[in-house]
Ligand binder design. Sequence first.
Ligand code: AMP
Length: 323
Amino acid sequence: MNLKKALNKDFKLALKKIKKYDKIAVFRHQRPDFDAIGTQLGLVYWLRDSFPTKEIHFIGKDFSQFKDTLYPAMETVDDNFFENKFLAIIVDTGNSQRIDDERYKKADFIIKFDHHPNDEPYGNINIIANELSSASELVSTFCMNFEKKYPLPILSCKYFYSGIVGDTGRFLFSSVDCYTFEVASRLLKYGLKPAFDVYDKMYEKDIESLNLQRYVLNNMKVSSKGVAYYILLDEDLKELNIEADRGKEHLSLMSNIKNIPIWFSITEYKEKNEFRVSIRSKKIDISKVANKYHGGGHINASGATIYSIDEIDSLIKDLEDLI
Ligand code: AMP
């Protein structure tokens, strides 16, 4: 694979830095998804297995959607850890504003691993591959590059696999190519059983999820030019008994519908006085509109924030103008 060749020098440099530091902290973006957490944990377990004498942590707030499921609870890492020289590895995070936990700023050296456009190369080394489906695909490639000496533990395979599955919508999106399957296949060769180790937990539903699904189907709207959306205000979240972080959970119900090329969800974060917008599209590049509304992301999957629900009309108009 050409990409692997292109990244080989950076991979070697990253490994050299990993070897140099006794303390390593792995960060990811705020409001994580499967790919952010999967990549972060996959890397941490590989690092711990490969370098057992180092102190290695994963950093970031607990995220309600993932509690008691596939992943362990996040660690609480004392401020003291960050007072000594440490290496920060930041995964799946395009811009520094979105890094979960500001203490990355104290790092002696930063390595960025990402598959978003490299708008802000905040790392001392920036290892970017936006042609890959997921950060998990990229970081698995990194670890596998050194697997003869440092094989992947089964937990890393499980976490990386969950990240790939999460960011490709179960191998459905256009970002999937033969290399995605090659990486997935190599993870399975370590003995991973996807149904038992990953899917059973990843796709287990609670009753709240079904109620949210019903809400989306009953309340989604479609604009005259084919922009579909649903809105979850704080009162709706309370009634559905779900936290705001889960608001975008059923976005995919609006995907692949004839004559609906763009769709989004809006979720109110009352305590922050803001509304999170998750935008998706089939072919159209929606990332510029996300940028305009304090966000960003990929061509077909971006996030944004609005500060008043009245902004929804201009958001819809901007998205309709893309159609
Ligand atoms: P979400 O709708 O939150 O699932 O985000 C969709 C994609 O856009 C993910 O890959 C996010 O990492 C990215 N994204 C979301 N919000 C932002 C932001 N404020 N800036 C840059 N990228 C973002």
